[in-house]
Design a protein around this ligand. Structure first.
Ligand SMILES: [Zn+2]
Length: 131
């Protein structure tokens, strides 16, 4: 036997199938139950509120900390990127210097070739004169 949610009086069974089964014996019980339920929810909210405020505060602090850590990481990254840029610029400079060195070396080598050729022909001439 089902009974009223509020006063525990027996409830009549539904007359037709498919009808929603009643929870209360009358509207007065229904109203009292709803008032009680509302008040209970309100009280539960009052109890829970400080907890959620604290929990929310903790979350906000954790969020701030994470954001600070993220900011620090971003700063480190920026600093590292700047260092990388400087190193890359140095590498470019060294490469350029090496290329210049190679060019200079190549030019000197060609100068020596010219000189060797000149000396060779000079030697040839001298040897011809001796004969
Ligand atoms: Zn009732």
């Amino acid at each position: 036997m089902r009974t009223c949610v509020w006063c525990d009086s027996p409830l009549p069974e539904p007359q037709q199938k498919g009808h929603r089964r009643r929870e209360f014996c009358n509207n007065a019980c229904k109203l009292r139950h709803h008032r009680w339920y509302k008040k209970m929810q309100h009280d539960a909210g009052m109890i829970a509120d400080p907890y959620w405020k604290v929990a929310y505060g903790v979350l906000v602090e954790q969020y701030k900390l994470l954001e600070q850590q993220l900011q620090d990481c971003m700063n480190d990254l920026t600093e590292m990127q700047e260092r990388v840029d400087i190193f890359e610029a140095r590498i470019d400079t060294l490469k350029e210097l090496r290329r210049l060195d190679e060019t200079v070396f190549q030019n000197k080598l060609e100068d020596k070739d010219v000189e060797i050729t000149r000396l060779q022909s000079l030697l040839d001439q001298m040897s011809k004169r001796r004969r």
